[in-house]
Write a protein that binds this ligand. Structure first.
Ligand SMILES: [Cu+2]
Length: 174
């Protein structure tokens, strides 16, 4: 009889304590590790996030500190044909077309056209000239009169970075 009581007591103890102990152990074992991991990730991401947020805030509609511009001609210039065009970019790298590389691409000159929506492949025709070798300078022939010249930056697959990475000027060919 004594042994049985002892055994029952033991069982009761085991049944009563063991599960709760296990739960506590699991909890305490899991949460600090998980928290630490989360904290580490959060602080790491926060660091990256801050930079990105700052960029976007600072540059508003601009493309995160990137700038595309005509070195020549100037907006409103009176020019003669053939016309020398120099293309400038800041904050992104000019690379030959063919492969995708982060934060890089090549210039496109659009004559009397419009910027290309982001992600859309820039057409290749007489008025959409690709500089897939990474050129930053060209000569174009224009008929007399007013024209718009649009620079459009696009990635290695000719996919436009969008209107934010374009600029348009007006020239008059005399
Ligand atoms: Cu292209």
């Amino acid at each position: 009889m004594k042994t049985l009581t002892a055994a029952l007591l033991l069982l009761a103890l085991l049944a009563g304590c063991a599960p709760s102990e296990n739960t506590e152990n699991t909890d305490t074992a899991a949460s600090p590790a998980a928290e630490m991991q989360t904290q580490a990730e959060t602080s790491e991401h926060a660091g990256h996030g801050e930079t990105k947020t700052d960029d976007h805030v600072a540059h508003g509609g601009d493309h995160a500190g990137h700038k595309i511009f005509f070195v020549t001609p100037q907006d409103g210039a009176k020019v003669s044909s053939p016309l020398k065009v120099q293309m400038g970019i800041e904050g992104m790298d000019v690379k030959p077309a063919g492969e995708l590389a982060e934060n890089s691409g090549h210039h496109h000159l659009i004559i009397d056209g419009a910027p290309i929506e982001a992600g859309v492949v820039v057409p290749a025709d007489e008025t959409h000239i690709h500089f897939g070798k990474g050129q930053t300078e060209t000569e174009v022939e224009l008929s007399p009169g007013e024209h718009t010249l649009t620079l459009q930056f696009a990635d290695g697959y000719h996919q436009s970075y969008g209107p934010e990475m374009s600029t348009t000027i007006r020239v008059t060919v005399e």
